[in-house]
Design a protein around this ligand. Structure first.
Ligand SMILES: [Zn+2]
Length: 178
């Protein structure tokens, strides 16, 4: 199985109306492509000692140039207990977009097996970004209150999907704004 690749796209065409990034992301996360892509990221990029494989697909935008980039990530936790390399799929994708110079994250699609939130024990229908991710997102200059999340539950038929904004996520889990 081939790992998904990060891509950079130019959506503007001469004479075409400017792209609405939120609309583009909505289309993307509604399409099966995002589901398949995040599934592929979980299957090929994640490294989990307990087979808790999570995949993420982030869509970033650079308004001045109309560049749109898609970045994939898988979670890394190779050891039980403390693992210095531990990182979530969402933050892998965010760091790639940041390294590529994108000032804005439009949205993140995530797929993973389900577990309740480990910090708050809050139950949900899909895997939500964890406490460490929430705090990083709250202070990330690329994220806005409108940054969209589409979370999918791995291995369920029919597919369970939740959608929410960063504003909802931070409010729901009581993360203070930085
Ligand atoms: Zn996390």
């Amino acid at each position: 199985m081939r790992a998904p690749s990060d891509r950079e796209l130019y959506y503007d065409r001469p004479g075409w109306p400017a792209v609405d990034p939120a609309h583009t992301f909505k289309e993307l996360c509604l399409s099966l492509a995002a589901y398949d892509w995040t599934t592929l990221a979980a299957a090929t990029l994640a490294e989990s000692y307990r087979a808790f494989n999570v995949g993420a697909l982030l869509v970033a935008h650079d308004p001045p140039t109309s560049r749109i980039g898609t970045y994939c990530g898988g979670n890394i936790k190779r050891l039980p207990g403390p693992d210095p390399d531990k990182i979530c799929a969402e933050r892998v994708a965010l760091r790639k977009a940041r390294a590529a110079g994108y000032p804005l994250v439009i949205g993140l699609a995530v797929i993973g097996p389900y577990q309740p939130d480990q910090e708050s024990s809050r139950e949900s229908r899909t895997l939500h970004p964890c406490g460490e991710c929430r705090r990083e997102f709250a202070s990330a200059s690329e994220m806005t209150p409108d940054t969209l999340f589409a979370t999918h539950r791995l291995g369920e038929e029919p597919v369970i999907m939740e959608r929410f904004t960063l504003e909802w996520l931070l409010r729901e889990y009581c993360v203070a704004d930085n």
